[in-house]
Design a protein around this ligand. Structure first.
Ligand SMILES: Nc1ncnc2c1ncn2[C@@H]1O[C@H](COP(=O)(O)OP(=O)(O)OP(=O)(O)O)[C@@H](O)[C@H]1O
Length: 452
């Protein structure tokens, strides 16, 4: 690991020497500038991890240079040093962007502690920025596949909603249609992107646990509450709270959630103090909430409160035009783990996928492609690589070849040879075209012709 480079901007040679020795003994690479002009020149030409900046420099006040550095290099931690224990000056330095301050005469251990914390903060900050960047890429709208009419309309709406201030959104659609994906894309493309995206599945927990997951609790609020716990509402403050399977939220919690949405505040279980919340709520369900309202299992008022904006994700069978693009997307995706890529799918197999009803929607399609890529022996996905359910709707699926086995059987090798010969005759010996007629890869065709 390379050493952290620290720049000392200080005109007092004794202090520079002491600092230099201390920094070098702690494994830093120490550099020095004797005035503000030199210091600035070094900063713009060298990659520093931190700066120790004195206030009383011969050519300029340190705090002025600090302001300039903080403006141009907001991620560079500057530790401000002043000879006097001047509280107003230290406050000013912190206000204009110092990471911390030291008053002279300082204890060298203190210098080391402050520097170490600054380096940790800098590396955490760059890690956070990297994760944020990755999330923005992963949850970009362009990663949601489907350019057919219904999907592009929906995605357009999602983009608009993401940029808006809409405080509650309801996403409906069958299981596996991509509600989760859409909720995350909305968050990471909104002004809340740098704040948390908190998610909870309302079916996953018994009522009391769910309540404390959402609201948090005070120490002693119930028997198992050994410590104070921050809930999802508190941790997601500033960001987005995604309530998946909202249709299964117990009635009592529905009333409490409605209270939170209306008052924009909540209380930890066992507390009397209201805490303000500024978050966007996205709820998702694969149930017909209006039916649940009729069954008295869901509150109408909560439904209307959540339903300010409703995004309805179509089932895959209602947007079959997107299937080829999704297949290509997942083939490319699963190719990443393979030594020999499988880039194509025969027409008959694609046709079967387009005609299938996809009760599990995109999730099921993804699994089907993943399985097919594992089972496939050639360089193209074919009907035999698809699960029985998916091909069962093809007429005569039990004999995908379209030929029924005669009662007294056949000579399989003779039949195979015969078909190979017929295919080659029909294509004037062109093996590539003959392979296509037989639904074979070129390699398989070549192998069989050799055997013939
Ligand atoms: N349009 C899409 N493009 C690419 N991948 C998608 C798309 N829609 C869904 N997926 C993928 O399908 C899988 C299921 O999606 P997701 O979990 O978002 O569905 P869901 O509607 O929230 O399901 P459930 O109701 O079961 O929670 C995920 O792997 C997701 O990445």
């Amino acid at each position: 690991m390379s050493k952290h480079r620290i720049l000392i901007i200080e005109d007092d040679a004794d202090i520079v020497l002491i600092l230099r020795l201390k920094l070098e003994s702690e494994g830093y690479e120490a550099h020095h500038a004797g005035n503000a002009k030199q210091g600035w020149e070094k900063i713009i030409t060298g990659e520093f991890n931190g700066v120790l900046l004195d206030h009383n420099l011969p050519d300029r006040k340190g705090v002025e240079l600090l302001e300039q550095i903080a403006h141009a290099y907001p991620d560079l931690p500057v530790i401000f040093m002043t000879a006097f224990s001047s509280v107003p000056l230290a406050v000013k330095a912190m206000r204009v962007g110092a990471y911390d301050y030291l008053t002279k005469p300082f204890n060298l251990d203190e210098v080391q502690i402050v520097l170490r914390k600054a380096m940790e903060m800098k590396s955490l900050r760059s890690e956070v920025n990297q994760i944020r960047q990755q999330n923005r890429e992963t949850f970009n709208f362009s990663k949601i596949i489907g350019r057919g009419g219904r999907m592009s309309e929906l995605l357009e709406m999602c983009r608009t909603v993401a940029e808006s201030e809409a405080s509650s959104i309801l996403i409906t659609g069958e299981s596996g249609t991509g509600k989760n994906l859409i909720a995350q894309a909305i968050h990471y493309n909104s002004r809340r992107a740098n704040w948390p995206f908190m998610t909870i599945t309302c079916t996953a927990l018994p009522e009391q646990l769910l309540e404390s997951e959402l609201f948090g609790h005070e120490k002693g609020a119930f028997t198992d509450a050994k410590e104070r716990k921050r809930g999802l509402f508190e941790m997601g403050n500033g960001g987005t709270i995604f309530l998946d399977e909202i249709g299964d939220l117990p009635m009592q919690l529905q009333a409490k959630l409605l209270g939170v949405l209306e008052s924009r505040s909540f209380r930890r279980v066992g507390s009397l103090q209201d805490l303000a919340i500024d978050a966007r709520f996205i709820a998702a369900t694969n149930q017909h909430l209006q039916e649940r309202i009729r069954e008295k299992a869901f509150r109408g008022d909560l439904y209307y409160r959540l339903n300010v904006i409703q995004l309805e994700v179509p089932a895959l069978r209602d947007r079959r035009e997107d299937i080829p693009e999704l297949v290509r997307y997942y083939q490319t995706y699963f190719n990443k783990n393979r030594r020999h890529p499988i880039d194509t799918m025969c027409e008959a197999a694609m046709d079967a996928l387009i005609k299938y009803d996809w009760p599990g929607n995109v999730r099921e399609l993804r699994n089907v492609i993943e399985r097919a890529m594992i089972l496939c022996k050639g360089d193209e996905l074919t009907l035999v690589d698809l699960p029985r359910d998916v091909v069962s709707h093809i007429p005569g699926h039990s004999c995908l070849s379209g030929f029924t086995l005669p009662a007294d059987g056949i000579d399989l090798e003779a039949v195979e040879k015969d078909f190979l010969r017929q295919a080659l005759e029909r294509t004037d010996g062109n093996q590539t075209k003959a392979a296509q007629l037989l639904g074979l890869s070129r390699d398989k065709m070549r192998y069989r012709v050799k055997q013939l």
